[in-house]
Design a protein around this ligand. Structure first.
Ligand SMILES: Nc1ncnc2c1ncn2[C@@H]1O[C@H](COP(=O)(O)OP(=O)(O)OP(=O)(O)O)[C@@H](O)[C@H]1O
Ligand SMILES: Cc1ncc(COP(=O)(O)O)c(N)n1
Length: 428
């Protein structure tokens, strides 16, 4: 297994530093080891206190890890002071850790200092020359160069100059620049690359710099080239910000696990929906009770709180050679009526996670009652129903077509009920 090391501070709020680094390594499939340089008493609003770890004990941690677990890459984050920087640089040198990402953390997003002012020289002179990639944000690049950087052109010039300080590659991050495009500049000594993504409208960006640098280190550990590592990491940080977590009263953290968990949820949803489809296909009569161009199978994630948590096939089911077919793999928030009803049903009764909507005929409504399915005829607002029935009958009006909706604990159970209804309705 690929292994990486983070040398950084602990963020008690869980959003930056060691905590996000280890989550990022795990999300990218890399085994994470850690050397803690400082404990911070921190939350989403700011840093309440810093308890530095003595350099001797930082060395002790470095020796313990590196003498036993050879790592494929390492990253540094908050180092705090010049003595720590020297201890870390000496140890990385001794153990010949070559895939090193240096995130020159100086000030937290909240404005609290994380590196003593007189430690900047040590950072520049002792650590930057060992870096394969250094990742300053704009204020850090300004401190390193002693001048303001306010444009993309100035970021390009900064990347060239910072490279003269010794790192083999420089990534100047532009998250602090005004504008709708989030542009970073990557310089490999020959070519300037622009990495650009659209700005996401979210306040939950605590720990972005740490997550980004940890993702670069994880990708280097997996043998990607520095350019491929930063481009993959840029995609990773954008995803992690898009899944940012709303915790605390300040800036919530990025979510390194967000995209991965979403993929897992979609794959579980797909399995559940395909199982339900297979159950419908076993009973050919089910094709007779579909609502033309409107029937679908729906699946709700546990604890769903928006349509983004409701999956379905991307287009309605259709009859094909006497069976039922679908045209594409499941998606979340497919925009298909009546997905909102499953969301409301699940919010009212957490056991309900599957739904199928069918054609309305008065005979079908009668057949459902005859089968002893708990059936309710909708009159008024669905949201006002005190209990979710097994079968909801929506009679046609001048404005809308009628529909019969089956609710169940799983899509497969809804499909089995559909099959029961189809058999009884067709007299089989
Ligand atoms: N709102 C956003 N939408 C999309 N990408 C963003 C957003 N904010 C920051 N980023 C991206 O996140 C990465 C890190 O950003 P930034 O330049 O803010 O680093 P940083 O200051 O070290 O981070 P932080 O101090 O918040 O941990 C960059 O690639 C930046 O473009
Ligand atoms: C332990 C630690 N390390 C790094 C940061 C920087 O992250 P941010 O700039 O998002 O506050 C932090 N706040 N705390």
């Amino acid at each position: 297994m690929y292994k990486a090391l983070t040398i950084a501070g602990s963020d008690s709020g869980g959003g930056a530093g060691i905590q996000t680094d280890l989550k990022t390594f795990a999300a990218l499939g890399v085994y994470g080891t850690s050397v803690i340089t400082a404990l911070t008493a921190q939350n989403t609003k700011g840093v309440h206190g810093i308890h530095p770890v003595p350099p001797d004990f930082i060395n002790c941690q470095l020796e313990a890890v590196l003498s036993d677990i050879p790592v494929h890459a390492a990253k540094t984050g908050m180092l705090g002071d010049a003595k720590t920087i020297t201890a870390v640089a000496d140890s990385l040198n001794k153990h010949r850790v070559s895939n090193l990402v240096v995130d020159p953390v100086m000030v937290a997003q909240s404005g609290d200092r994380l590196l003593q002012e007189d430690a900047v020289d040590a950072l520049r002179d002792k650590l930057l020359p060992h870096a394969l990639v250094v990742t300053p944000n704009l204020p850090e690049a300004e401190v390193l160069l002693g001048r303001q950087i306010t444009t993309v052109d100035a970021m390009v010039a900064a990347a060239r100059e910072i490279r003269l300080m010794g790192p083999r590659h420089v990534l100047v991050k532009g998250g602090h620049l005004e504008g709708q495009d989030m542009v970073d500049i990557f310089f490999d000594g020959r070519t300037i690359h622009h990495l650009s993504e659209k700005k996401l409208d979210t306040p939950h960006t605590h720990g972005t710099g740490c997550t980004y640098a940890a993702a670069i280190a994880a990708c280097l550990a997996k043998n990607l080239s520095p350019y491929d590592a930063v481009t993959r990491a840029k995609q990773f940080i954008t995803d992690a910000i898009s899944h940012g977590i709303c915790v605390g009263g300040g800036y919530g953290p990025t979510n390194p696990m967000g995209a991965l968990l979403r993929e897992l949820e979609l794959s579980r949803a797909s399995q559940a929906l395909y199982k339900a489809l297979a159950a419908l296909q076993k009973t050919p009569a089910c094709a007779n009770i579909l609502a033309d161009g409107r029937s679908n199978i729906f699946y709700s994630l546990e604890g769903a709180n928006s349509l983004e948590d409701i999956a379905s096939f991307p287009t309605p089911l259709y009859r094909c050679h006497n069976t039922i077919a679908q045209a594409g793999d499941p998606v979340f928030a497919g925009g298909l009526y009546p997905e909102e009803m499953l969301l409301q049903a699940h919010q009212k009764d957490a056991r309900i996670r599957g739904m199928i909507n069918l054609r309305y005929t008065p005979e079908m409504a009668l057949a459902a009652s005859a089968l002893n399915y708990k059936t309710v005829k909708l009159s008024g607002d669905f949201a006002k129903l005190s209990e979710i029935p097994e079968v909801l009958v929506i009679e046609p009006t001048e404005e809308q077509e009628g529909q019969i909706i089956l609710f169940a604990r799983t899509p497969q159970e809804a499909a089995q009920k559909t099959a029961g209804l189809a058999r009884s309705f067709s007299g089989c």
